[in-house]
Design a protein. Sequence first.
Length: 158
Amino acid sequence: MEQDFSQLTESIKKYRGKPGILIPLLQEVQQIMGYLSKDTMAYLSRELDIPAAEIYGVATFYSMFKLKPQGKHIIRVCKGTACHVSNADGIKDALKTALELEDGEDTTSDMLFTLTEVACLGCCSLAPVIMIDDTTYGKLSPDGISRILERYAYEEGK
Ligand code: FES
């Protein structure tokens, strides 16, 4: 299905012809579209006369840019030192099992969750820590993961 780029008209107007705009432009576009598809980057390249390779280079260099559709809820698993030594791997494995994610997958098939790793969430005394959207969960054990996820699934009526 073709993506609808009409929502990007204002952004294109705002950034057209200005130097050094790629990062703020891509942030804004990602906020509007949810992620940066190849079609979106090609559209930006055409409209702003910026080489597609340059756009793609920036989008793939910075981890804040998402090239695939993201789940409704973003789960950040902290892999910083304090969390790592407090079984962050076990937490991540429990999440993958509960979300039924295969190796290499990060988003559930119902698009409810995307699982990602981060370096440190800034609350090391609560290790091991995850964040789901803006909510922090600390002092976790693998056994408690399903209960946390159930709340979100329940909200969706699943
Ligand atoms: S290392 Fe996990 S919150 Fe800092």
